[in-house]
Design a protein around this ligand. Sequence first.
Ligand SMILES: Cc1cc2nc3c(=O)[nH]c(=O)nc-3n(C[C@H](O)[C@H](O)[C@H](O)COP(=O)(O)O)c2cc1C
Length: 204
Amino acid sequence: MNQQTQFQRTQTVQPTILYFGTPTVLLNTLNEDGTTNITPMSSAWSLGKCLVLGLGMGSKGLQNMQRHPECVVNLPDPSLWKNVEALAPLTGLNPVPNHKRGKFVFEKDKFAASGLTPADSLCVMPQRILECPLQIEAKVADIRMPDHSPFAIIEVLSVHVHAHENIVIDQHHINPKTWSPLIYNFRHYFGLGDELGKTFRATT
Ligand SMILES: Cc1cc2nc3c(=O)[nH]c(=O)nc-3n(C[C@H](O)[C@H](O)[C@H](O)COP(=O)(O)O)c2cc1C
């Protein structure tokens, strides 16, 4: 068998999850009492100023955005993976929904639980997370609840972006050599490997 044939061979799989490696997000939303909840998530991507988020219907983050349509999309780097993982077994929902009982516990103060530091936002009420190199304040534009899935699809619009100084170049560009997302890859955390190259439209 030559090498090419070997690479082309596939097998049929029925994966229990399809989280094929996307940046981890810490999504901050506003609780009823004005405090901030933090939801770790990874089903997130951007279309210009629009960010598309996928959130389970039984999550405090979703409930909060239905009531108060603002959030902060914080992007941790790989050094923060243990802070993210400290949030993993927690929910801001009390009581804990049936499908999460036994695995998740209620936690009101997600900042204390994760060892992360709150900072007031400029344009939205939920606080942002100081340790995250990118903090995107955003307003909810649309929440869709598809019949075919237990996940809501939420579109939010970026209204203000904060970036740590060491990842900014030329004032308005993020430096891809100093910024590195924390990748959630089939439920395991990874950083980025070495740069391979750049696209013809790259300006940095
Ligand atoms: C790294 C990571 C990524 C996750 N990605 C998602 C996701 O994209 N969507 C989602 O609904 N839940 C995701 N979860 C699970 C939620 O964090 C979990 O349901 C949590 O209890 C929600 O918190 P909340 O109820 O306080 O909002 C993820 C968890 C971790 C640790």
